[in-house]
Design a protein around this ligand. Structure first.
Ligand code: A5P
Length: 222
C-alpha cells in the first residue's frame, strides 16, 4: 500500500474512533502516527474531554500543542477508554505494539483502562502475529542476558541502535519469534529478569479493533 493511501486510512480510522469519546472522559491516549491523526481529529472536532492520560513524551507534546489537558495516571484512577494504534493485529484482536518504543507506558495505560479501542489501517491485519519484529524493553545492564535468553527461544534479537525509551531503557527488536501461542510467549517474556515489558498484547487483547480500508472502517469486537 502506498503512503498516501495509508495516510488517508489513518485519518479515516482516527475520525471513526471519535464516536467512542464522551465529553466528560479522562481518556487514555497512545503513541504513533495513527494516534497523532486521532489527536488532530479530536482537536478539530471541537469535542471537549476532561483530560488525557498520555503514553509518551511525544504524545504529551502533541496534546499540549492542541491545548488538551494532560493528567498523570497516578491522579486519574481507572480510565473508561484507551485509544492507541498497533503494528499488527490478529483475528482475536491480539496485538504487537511498540514500534515507536512506547510499549511500557502503553501497556500500563491499557491495563488501567476498561476498554481499549485499537485504530489501524489495513496493512496491520495478519492471520498469525510475528512478521513484525517483537519489541522488548530491557533495562540496560540486562541487555545481553535477555538477548541470550531470546536466542535460546529460537529468535534473533536486534538492539534498536541509538534509541532510549522514555523510561531510560533499551529496546530489543526480536525477529522470528514463534508466536503461535502468543499468551504463553507473553507470560514467558514477562518472567525474564531485566525485561520491563514486551510488545505482545495477548493476555489482554484490544476489546475493539477499528480497521480502515478502501471500503470504509470495519469494527472487530466480541
Ligand atoms: C508505539 O510504541 C506503538 O505501539 C504504536 O502504537 C504502533 O507502533 C503503531 O504506530 P503507527 O500508528 O505509527 O503505525
Amino acid at each position: 500500500m502506498n503512503s498516501t493511501r495509508r495516510q488517508a486510512q489513518k485519518e479515516q480510522v482516527a475520525i471513526a474512533a471519535l464516536e467512542f469519546v464522551r465529553s466528560d472522559m479522562v481518556l487514555g491516549i497512545g503513541t504513533g502516527s495513527t494516534v497523532n491523526c486521532f489527536i488532530d481529529a479530536l482537536a478539530a472536532s471541537g469535542k471537549h474531554i476532561e483530560a488525557a492520560v498520555s503514553s509518551s513524551e511525544a504524545t504529551t507534546g502533541l496534546l499540549k500543542s492542541h491545548g488538551i489537558n494532560v493528567k498523570e495516571l497516578n491522579l486519574a484512577g481507572t480510565l473508561d477508554l484507551y485509544i492507541d494504534g498497533a503494528d499488527e493485529f490478529d483475528p482475536y484482536r491480539r496485538l504487537i505494539k511498540g514500534g515507536g518504543g512506547a510499549l511500557t507506558r502503553e501497556k500500563v495505560v491499557t491495563a488501567a483502562s476498561r476498554k481499549f479501542v485499537c485504530i489501524v489501517d489495513e496493512s496491520k491485519q495478519v492471520g498469525v502475529l510475528g512478521k513484525y519484529p517483537l519489541p522488548v524493553e530491557v533495562i540496560p545492564m540486562a541487555r545481553s542476558f535477555v538477548a541470550r535468553q531470546l536466542v535460546a527461544m529460537g529468535a534473533q534479537p536486534e538492539l534498536r541502535e541509538g534509541f532510549e525509551t522514555d523510561n531510560g531503557n533499551l529496546i530489543l527488536d526480536v525477529h522470528n519469534m514463534d508466536l503461535v501461542d502468543p499468551v504463553g510467549v507473553e507470560k514467558k517474556l514477562n518472567n525474564l529478569p531485566g525485561v520491563v515489558t514486551n510488545g505482545l498484547w495477548a493476555i489482554r487483547p484490544a476489546e475493539v479493533v477499528l480497521m480502515a480500508s478502501d471500503e470504509g472502517v470495519r469494527e472487530f469486537s466480541e
